[in-house]
Design a protein around this ligand. Structure first.
Ligand SMILES: O=C(O)CCC(=O)C(=O)O
Ligand SMILES: [Fe+2]
Length: 344
């Protein structure tokens, strides 16, 4: 449960506004090699240039798995508060209403977990014994209780990471980059800094007539790519280049893809790291799961030479992912522009 004092609630209240629906381009990952795949690659590149946001169909992630993870996650969030707080490790794990280190508040609780390149959740980030785990097998043959949520999240993370790599391969094709794994290898590496966040936005409390709440304040995602799935409840909004907000229609079958800051750098600003936020207006709770594909900590990030053209000017100076992440950790607010510190 998310509990906020009255002053905190006032801090995250938003004036009621009904932004228009966003037109979100669809990219079919299963397009057959040849003309259809080339068209999908072109659609992906235009969407990344224009919006930094699109949805993928033909993604190959079984929807039964997605629904099972969502149900298990809803079960976790329905546990008593003390159990949830004890349930996940540090520094990542369970958190309620506080996002990041800069004092941002939202009508949200979440699990933030690191994911290995194979999709596993390292033991330190997840205290299995205190999560809603099934009891140990009656014959005592298992020393560890099985934990359906953990196992489902691992299966999900592995499937979504594979799909994210497929998206990045199609992207490399659309950009005319060689080799095919020029971008995807950054997410597929054994040391890649991949994360999974499971967000729960409880139904909003009764407020003054017509007001809304910030669920997750406006920000861009720092990584290369984010793969977002929600339980068919609205609330996600994206900003156009001119700053106008548009509401993303819920979609029960597709996954949404965000261009992150690191990809904006790799493409020398050609792709746009999309500003987004979640507004809680619903009587229904929203559960969303976001896989963040980030590079290994020591990875140097700079615009890819093949995208610079002859004599092209690099908009960013080279930096490591670790350097970038630490700049986002030092008390920065969600809304802060973190990339400007690395611009030439
Ligand atoms: O919950 C959502 O739909 C989006 C949340 C988000 O932007 C994030 O976790 O970075
Ligand atoms: Fe985000």
């Amino acid at each position: 449960m998310v509990v906020l004092a009255k002053a905190e609630l006032e801090q995250i209240a938003l004036p009621a506004a009904q932004p228009p629906l966003a037109h979100v381009r669809a990219v079919d990952l299963s397009a057959a090699p040849g003309a259809a795949r080339a068209a999908a690659a072109r659609a992906l590149v235009s969407a990344c240039e224009e919006q930094g946001f699109f949805r993928v169909t033909g993604h190959g992630v079984p929807l039964e798995l997605v629904r099972a993870v969502e149900a298990a996650a809803a079960g976790f969030f329905a546990l008593p508060q003390a159990e949830k707080e004890a349930g996940a490790g540090r520094p990542v794990g369970y958190a309620s209403k506080r996002i990041g280190t800069g004092g941002d508040l939202g009508w949200i609780e979440y699990l933030l977990l690191s994911v290995t390149s194979a999709g596993a959740l390292p033991a330190a980030s997840f205290a299995a014994s205190t999560l809603p785990c099934a009891a140990a097998a009656a014959d005592g043959s298992r020393s560890e209780p099985s934990c359906p949520l953990r196992e489902l999240l691992e299966e999900y993370a592995a499937a979504v990471r594979r799909m994210a790599c497929g998206v990045l391969e199609l992207m490399a094709e659309g950009l005319g980059l060689g080799p095919a794994d020029a971008i995807s290898r950054l997410v597929a590496d054994a040391d890649s800094d991949n994360m999974l966040r499971v967000n729960h936005y409880p139904p909003r409390p009764e407020l003054q007539h017509g007001s809304l709440l910030t669920g997750f304040g406006e920000h861009t995602d720092p990584q290369i790519i984010s793969v977002l799935r929600s339980n068919g409840t609205s609330g996600l909004e994206i900003a156009a280049r001119d700053g106008a907000w548009a509401s993303v229609p819920p979609d029960a079958d597709s996954f949404f893809i965000n261009v992150g800051d690191a990809l904006q750098v790799l493409t020398n600003g050609r792709f746009r790291s999309v500003k987004h936020r979640v507004v809680v207006s619903s009587e229904r709770s929203r559960v969303s799961m976001i896989f963040f594909g980030g590079p290994p900590p020591g990875q140097r990030l700079a615009p890819l030479r093949q995208l610079m053209g002859d004599g092209g000017r690099s908009r960013y100076r080279e930096f490591t992912w670790k350097e970038y992440k630490s700049s986002t950790h030092r008390g920065s607010r969600l809304v802060d522009d973190r990339l400007c510190r690395f611009e030439n």
